[in-house]
Design a protein around this ligand. Sequence first.
Ligand SMILES: *[C@@H]1O[C@H](CO)[C@@H](O)[C@H](O)[C@H]1NC(C)=O
Length: 288
Amino acid sequence: MSRRHNVLLFLCFLPFANALYKQWIPDTNFDNATNWDKGSVPCSNDQVVFSAQRKVSVYVETAHTITGMSLPVDGELILASGAGFTVREGGDPGCGSGVTANFKDSESLKWFDPSLWVAATTIDDLHSGTYQFSVHEESVPCQYDDVVFRETTSFRVDVSSGHDVPVKSVSVLGKKFTSSSEFSQYLSSNSGKLQFHGSSSLKVGGSGCNDITGCICENSGNRDKICSNVKCDSLECKKPLHPVGHCCDICGAIVNVQFSSNFNFESYRQRLQHLFLTVVQRKVELSS
Ligand SMILES: *[C@@H]1O[C@H](CO)[C@@H](O)[C@H](O)[C@H]1NC(C)=O
């Protein structure tokens, strides 16, 4: 009997990984429409409200005209060159009747949520949006990774964890921290406290992965925290598989590879990518 199934070709490299750049997706930018409860950036007839008790660091990219602004008790506005606010009493026909625009809450965004990160092998790939697919545990930064918060953004991330969270480096507003003392100084600064909250010791200064056969990410200790942020899709295949390091079962095939000490993880990864994954996940038809 022959049946045809659609499956997703899903190549996973665990437990081996090379060092990656991991970039945090959300931002707390004034100019990002998704940060406002009305779904658009406030314009000149609008009243801008940051709730009083909400701690937030907001990056402002451009010049804005508004009707008024309520500021939080503890917060900051980071102004890019040329950015700023002019206050004018309404009357702009292009801005509707004027609303109260509330800045949304970013309190609940968690470091350990794999959907809030993208990964790339080089900075250029990160900038061009050529991202790597990873299993859930590896989507969250590992000890060998360079963590990037986009240059012209601010953010707020909950780094709560019962233990140390080691990474290689952290870049914030274009400044790259590779020394643990310098970074802990930043964490205790005003901006640092507004951007990183929760009880954890985020530590930079890791060595990066220097083994050409790949390194073990070791995020498995955070598995429960990571997977608690993931909702798995229901699957249509008869015998789902569970890739190591992934929170969900998948339909597909797992290939096990044995290798020796001169195996080069990165060139193998590139070859697979070239052969199968020009589009990260491509639907293939298998018959069984
Ligand atoms: C706005 O924020 C959303 C969600 O945080 C993010 O995905 C998107 O990239 C941001 N947009 C811009 C233009 O940066």
